[in-house]
Write a protein that binds this ligand. Sequence first.
Ligand SMILES: *Cc1c(COP(=O)(O)O)cnc(C)c1O
Length: 359
Amino acid sequence: MQITIEKVKDEELKPLYTDAAQLGFGKVFTDHMFTMVYRKGQGWVEPKITKYKPFEIDPAAVVLHYSQEIFEGLKAYAAEDGRILLFRPEKNAERMYHSAERICMAPLPVEYFLEGVKTLVNMEKRWIPKAPGTSLYIRPTLVGLGSALGVHPADEYLFYVILSPVSAYFKEGFKPISLYVEDVYIRAAVGGVGNAKTGGNYAASLLAGAKAQEKGFSQVLWLDAKERKYVEEVGAMNMFFVFGDTLVTPSLSGSILPGITRASVLELAEYLGYRAEERMISIDEVIAGAKDGTLTEAFGTGTAAVISPVGSLFYKGENYEINNFQVGPITQKLYDKLVGIQYGREEDPFGWVQEIGRF
Ligand SMILES: *Cc1c(COP(=O)(O)O)cnc(C)c1O
């Protein structure tokens, strides 16, 4: 792939942030972005790195009316020895390919995704923060364009990648969150698009999320669409429940997003000597475990937080604490190990981390 590079003039580059702790998440963007377009009859063409700037698109574009949109999220990490690392980026590229097929979009070949991401991150390496826990968040996005209102898949697509330096997720330390178990609204149903990383799933979840936050909960824990009985996932995280030395995570029913952190935690847990089960788990089993103490820990997994301890569940008017709202030892160990691998501090027996450049 021959990427056309239109570099922003040195004197027009944005000033770098001064304090990585003030960055927050996804608010500051780097100078450049990667774009590539698909046109019927031509395939994927015109890979480019240009200035980060607004797009001009037709008001009738399919994405604006019928939500042909998918995205990915991964991070570039600065290792202490100067390496620039990505964590399993091919998994994101493959997932985007599958999401595209589900939403009937032109899928982007995995190698184009990877080359676009790696080239852009290297070019923008001055933006990768080095303070502990910080990283450069990478947001690949694919949208349907075109200029006709008929309901049909677009005949033109735009793939783009933007980058955002982000603060450490746990600014006030590694602390548990409180979840609201949602038993009215649902996120996704089997047969729908819950297993595709598409913006529509987020639109469907916003109302319940806002209501839970009004009541003081961090996020919503979703139940299955049919019976409101089985645990699904948390907005942008998959769920794990720990019973003694056994980890249980809901199986990929078709309505759950197949998280890369989830898959990694499953492998890592077995490597560390824990048992890991993928199966249906009912909210009644979880609540019973929280009540009698057999549920010893719970946590969510996703690229943003990596692992987020869960300290309580609010279900049908009652609040249930897990491990006295303290971070449990297994949660802590998995977090330390996984984050250590991502930042290149810990040995990586799985070959998950890729060096894509150096400072
Ligand atoms: C992205 C996402 C996750 C987490 O996936 P990771 O690959 O671990 O970052 C979980 N649930 C939903 C709905 C998501 O969109």
